[in-house]
Design a binder for this molecule. Structure first.
Ligand SMILES: Nc1ncnc2c1ncn2[C@@H]1O[C@H](COP(=O)(O)OP(=O)(O)OP(=O)(O)O)[C@@H](O)[C@H]1O
Ligand SMILES: [Mg+2]
Length: 232
């Protein structure tokens, strides 16, 4: 479903990602771990087509995204949850969800999908008419996820969705991710919270200074010395 092959990208003269290769098969939940500044968001941006590559390729459902363009990506059925949520704070929750729905090009009825999201996110249901900017951080995290899910994406890519949430909300958030997983979603979860991410993922990769330093099943990564040294 998602395949990065030897992706290299630079900021000016500084090489940031070096030969990053990773893949996510249909129905898999894969996490990308890495400390601050490792290049996780750079990888996210490369997947969204927002960061030009020096070399290598990003393919989604077999199509090279360099030839698809940013608008074409949504049409491929990819849902993105960017770092820091990026909601439209002056719009209501419902309006934010409508924008996500429209961008997805979904053929479903908006009201049906809205109801499905309200069921998955009870906190969102209560607050559909509230300004998104006045929601708490935890609520905004749920809205950002609902906005990505409302178009029934074939692939969901999330950049540190649990950042800034309290431990209780992190549990609540990952319970929802587990529910999405159980529904058969294909997911790339970019996270610093290694324990929570490995608990929900089938496999993972560790990014350190722009390179893949380790990869394997979640169980293997929990035992990996580099992962343990960095996180556990
Ligand atoms: N637009 C930019 N211009 C120059 N350098 C950048 C730019 N964006 C990111 N960087 C640098 O690239 C490196 C990787 O940044 P990136 O945002 O990908 O890290 P990250 O793994 O997502 O970190 P975090 O966990 O803090 O979100 C950092 O050193 C960062 O300062
Ligand atoms: Mg980041």
């Amino acid at each position: 479903m998602l395949e990065l092959t030897s992706v290299c990208t630079s900021y000016g003269l500084t090489r940031m990602l070096r030969d990053v290769s990773l893949n996510v098969a249909k129905g898999e939940v894969v996490c990308l771990l890495g400390p601050n500044g490792a290049g996780k968001s750079t990888t996210f941006n490369a997947i969204c087509g927002l960061r030009p590559l020096d070399s290598g390729s990003v393919r989604i459902a077999g199509r090279d995204i360099a030839t698809v363009g940013t608008e074409g990506l949504a049409a491929l059925g990819v849902g993105f949850v960017p770092e820091g949520r990026r909601l439209f704070s002056s719009l209501t929750v419902r309006e934010n969800l409508k924008l996500g729905f429209d961008a997805s090009g979904s053929k479903a009825r908006f009201e049906d999908r809205l109801e499905a999201m309200a069921e998955l996110f009870p906190r969102v249901r209560e607050r559909l008419n509230q300004g998104a900017g006045t929601m708490s951080g935890g609520e905004q995290a749920m809205v950002a996820l609902a906005r990505a899910l409302i178009g029934e994406p074939v692939l969901l890519v999330m950049d540190e969705p649990s950042l800034g949430l309290s431990p209780k909300l992190i549990d609540e958030y990952f319970a929802i991710v587990s529910a999405i997983r159980a529904g058969g979603a294909t997911l790339l979860l970019i996270e610093q919270n290694a324990e929570a991410a490995l608990a929900v993922a089938d496999r993972g990769y560790l990014l350190v200074r722009g390179q893949i330093a380790a990869s394997g099943t979640s169980a293997a990564l929990l035992q990996d010395d580099t992962v343990r040294h960095l996180y556990l």
